[in-house]
Design a protein around this ligand. Structure first.
Ligand code: AMP
Length: 271
């Protein structure tokens, strides 16, 4: 893979899109931006065991490899890295990468070890592919912050590009997990984006963040199939939690369970 990447880099900048497969239009937005910004693009499909807390979640992860490869090829991706677990985590492996604070707050607090798994695999993938730019979705808002922190702290020479969330017509953020929803849960899941819109309107109308939290709780509480898990509001630049009336851009993250499927969504709001 490193040789393939080096060949691509001989033509100019190389963009890299790491994924876990089961690709949808959200992933393809990352790919499309990468194709526009670079001379060549590589992607990876690797369901990373170290970022799953629940082995069952890992086992149930969807696999649509043939369709994925067709989509990537049609979009102009020239190399797809499909490593075995034993390549990324060789026998005797013991090195981890962790953002010690960011990885263990908010979503990281409810999913211990998750972000450590992400930073560890992304570091290994970056060291193999050595791209100029790498593309991540804002849907996984804390993940993007964790990766930016890691790349900055470790002086990793890769430019990180964040890409807006791609949504279905009713506003639900596309996710590989959406296929696990029943038709009723799928209809109900649009409430996440609707709640974020309510919060955005409240903040723009002068409300403080307590009031914004309240409108999210009310909207999600009114959806019988949704069980709200968390509402986190952070300073978009520093990722520090904010309260009161924000004076700069904030990131609002919500998560809710629909049956046993945990969905997350996010919105950046400028007051
Ligand atoms: P995953 O395969 O779930 O690890 O996702 C691979 C990349 O695609 C991550 O950077 C995600 O943030 C991004 N991604 C997933 N869903 C979306 C979406 N709906 N819109 C934009 N990016 C997304």
């Amino acid at each position: 893979m490193r040789q393939v990447a080096a060949d691509l880099k001989s033509r100019g900048d190389l963009g890299f899109v790491p994924t876990m497969g089961a690709l949808h239009a959200g992933h393809m937005a990352l790919v499309e931006l990468a194709v526009r910004e670079n001379a060549g693009v590589a992607a990876s499909i690797f369901v990373n065991p170290t970022q799953f807390g629940d082995p069952e979640d890992f086992d149930k992860y969807p696999n649509t490899l043939d369709a994925d490869l067709t989509m990537l090829e049609q979009a102009g991706v020239e190399a797809v890295f499909l490593p075995d677990v034993s390549v990324i985590y060789p026998p005797g492996d013991e090195t981890i990468v962790e953002t010690t604070k960011l990885a263990n707050m908010l979503h990281g607090e409810v999913r211990p070890g998750h972000f450590r798994g992400v930073t560890t695999v992304v570091t290994r993938l970056f060291n193999i592919v050595q791209p100029h730019r790498a593309y991540f979705g804002k849907k996984d808002y804390q993940q993007l912050a964790v990766i930016r922190r890691m790349v900055s702290d470790l002086h990793i020479p890769v430019e990180i590009r964040g890409v807006e969330t791609v949504r279905d017509a009713d506003g639900l953020a596309l996710s590989s997990r959406n296929v696990r929803l029943t038709p009723e849960q799928r209809r109900a899941a649009a409430v996440l984006n609707a709640a974020l819109t309510d919060a955005e309107e409240a903040i723009r109308g002068g409300a403080d963040l307590d009031a914004a939290r309240r409108v999210i709780r009310e909207r999600i509480g009114a959806a019988p199939l949704a069980r709200l898990q968390a509402i986190d509001i952070v300073d978009a630049a520093t990722f520090e939690p904010v309260e009161g009336r924000p004076n700069g851009m904030v990131g609002i993250m919500v998560s809710a369970l629909f049956g046993d499927v945990l969905l997350i969504d996010q919105r950046e709001v400028t007051p």
